[in-house]
Write a new protein. Structure first.
Length: 538
């Protein structure tokens, strides 16, 4: 619902959703080869996968003048769902509840006229609350181990935090060719986390009950310079300081100065070329799982996850052809030391950040959009990407020792492509989308030199390649191609507009594996699903 009254505008939205397919299926029957890689998927099974989601959003907008605006946004959501990861053990009663909410208030003042017309001041304050409560089933068979210990444990987790922050920007527009912007962002988080483990007898294992206290401060300055109609330069520098807990009683800081530069060249109105370099600082969320006991023997504590530090390079070109065709081609490379990934605590839906000493990501991406006159349009996206890491992996839970050799990251998929077709005429709208993936990791990971370059237990004669065109098929699930479609029709019924909609995912009901167990659990592709919706606009 929305409406306006004079200078005041309001908007409200609310959703309740319930499903018995809350997460992608994690259980299936399949054949594997000698290395443990899935070769053929016979059936996909959906166990204990019920979930209910509530979502509410409200926005108030007050325009005091033509150049002064006050905004208030508020959001609250709650997710309750079963976690089906223990289904192989016949367990169906694990529960998790996530709550998130925020309130943002912001004031914008724009200079309407004069030598600095278009300059803008923005000031805001924000608040966020979040919690996670995971309760294992009363009949759970312990299945989690703290490597290298082999004792089996169940996991329980309670986490709650509140985050408070301010943001301020000032954009100074000197002319059409020159502009500056300055800003600051600061936040404070306070919370508590209670992580527990216990074995089959109920005896307590490794645990952590610690505060989640930290701060983040970022200050930046940037400029936009257009010396001619064919050139544009955007340069900036940012300083970040991240304060995070080392233990229940101590904390420390990590900081970085990050320069950034983008140069754009416009040889014609239809063509854009650009080059970009950015030094990046990505702090971990203080409210995530941080101070955790990683080994039962001796009760040693992990090092909290450190912020990611990147050097990111990109070049690209966009060209607009006649007849409504737009093409984009870009290449990028990222070097992280350390990098951040997330790992899933086995047997749960809880994720936590981990550090990888070195991460390298290289990719090529191409996009073609076709928008001719008439009812038909389409697009094709293709990407070739290689993401791998090497060095120590620290800060998370692993049931086996992380690889000591270079390894493809959990989300690495060498080649992916998406193509879509849309037909719209009068009240009819129909789409068809195809998604191809060359395959994510199958969980077979090189971690020690041996026969054929790997551990002798892995019957592979290949060597893990780190180049962009090294597909490393021995360590990937089989490729998949999935076709999805939708159709809707809008028509008037009195003063209302009715729009029935039908969505079909995985039209051919193909059985396939998305990935094997590695940093997160194994996942099988979603079987064919139908959604029928009816929209009534009044």
């Amino acid at each position: 619902a929305s409406g306006n009254s004079g200078k005041l505008g309001i908007f409200f939205s609310g959703t309740r959703q319930a499903t018995d397919l809350r997460r992608e299926p994690v259980v299936g029957t399949a054949d594997t080869n000698a290395e443990g890689s899935i070769t053929t998927v016979h059936a996909i099974q959906n166990y204990s996968n019920h979930g209910e989601d509530l979502f509410g959003f409200a926005k108030l907008n007050y325009s005091a003048t033509d150049h002064d605006v006050l905004n208030l946004d508020a959001n609250w959501s709650r997710s309750r769902f079963q976690t089906p990861f223990d289904s192989a053990f016949g367990v169906i009663n694990d529960r998790q509840t996530d709550i998130n909410g925020f309130v943002n208030v912001g004031y914008t003042h724009r200079v309407p006229a004069g030598s600095h017309a278009g300059s803008e001041t923005f000031i805001s304050g924000f608040y966020r609350h979040g919690s996670l409560n995971y309760v294992p089933g009363v009949n759970d068979s312990p299945s989690f181990t703290f490597a290298p210990d082999t004792t089996l444990y169940n996991i329980a987790e309670q986490r709650s935090f509140n985050l408070y922050g301010i943001k301020a920007d000032y954009a100074l527009r000197m002319s059409e060719q020159l502009g500056f912007k300055f800003g600051v962002l600061a936040s404070l988080v306070r919370g508590q986390e209670n992580f527990q483990s216990f074995d089959s007898t109920g005896a307590a294992g490794p645990a952590s009950n610690s505060p989640l206290n930290g701060t983040d401060v970022g200050v930046y300055a940037q400029t936009q310079i257009a010396p001619s109609e064919q050139w544009e330069i955007r340069a900036g520098v940012r300083f970040d300081n991240h304060n995070y807990p080392l233990s229940a009683t101590t904390s420390t800081n990590a900081s970085q100065v990050s320069p950034r530069l983008r140069i754009s060249f416009f040889p014609s109105p239809a063509t854009t070329l650009w080059a970009y370099y950015g030094r990046q600082f990505v702090p971990t969320n203080t409210e995530d799982l941080r101070n955790i006991t990683a080994a039962s023997a001796g009760g040693t504590v992990t090092t909290p996850t450190l912020p990611e530090r990147d050097d990111f390079f990109e070049i690209g070109m966009t060209h607009r052809f006649p007849a409504g065709i737009v093409a984009k081609l870009s290449a990028y490379h990222k070097r992280s030391a350390p990098g951040i990934d997330d790992t899933q605590i086995p047997g749960t839906a809880i994720t936590t950040d981990v550090n990888i000493d070195h991460v390298r990501i290289t990719g090529l991406e191409g996009v073609v959009e076709i928008r001719p006159r008439g009812p038909v349009s389409g697009f094709v996206n293709v990407a070739l990407n290689h993401a791998y890491g090497y060095g120590a992996v620290t800060g998370g839970f692993f049931t086996t020792t992380p690889p000591a050799q270079p390894f493809d990251l959990d989300h690495d998929q060498r080649f992916s492509a998406t193509a879509g077709l849309t037909v719209g005429k009068k009240g009819l709208l129909a789409t068809l989308t195809g998604i191809y993936g060359s395959g994510l990791t199958n969980g077979v990971t090189p971690n020690a030199p041996g026969i054929g370059g790997y551990d002798s237990t892995i019957a592979s004669t290949g060597v893990l390649g780190t180049g962009l065109f090294d597909f490393n098929k021995e360590f990937k699930v089989k490729p998949s191609f999935i076709l999805n479609g939708s159709a809707s029709y809008s028509f008037a019924a009195g003063r209302a507009i009715l729009r029935p909609q039908l969505y079909v995912d995985n039209i051919f009901n193909l059985k396939y594996s998305l990935k094997g167990a590695f940093f997160s659990g194994a996942v099988f592709g979603r079987p064919r699903t139908f959604q029928l919706r009816m929209n009534i606009d009044m």
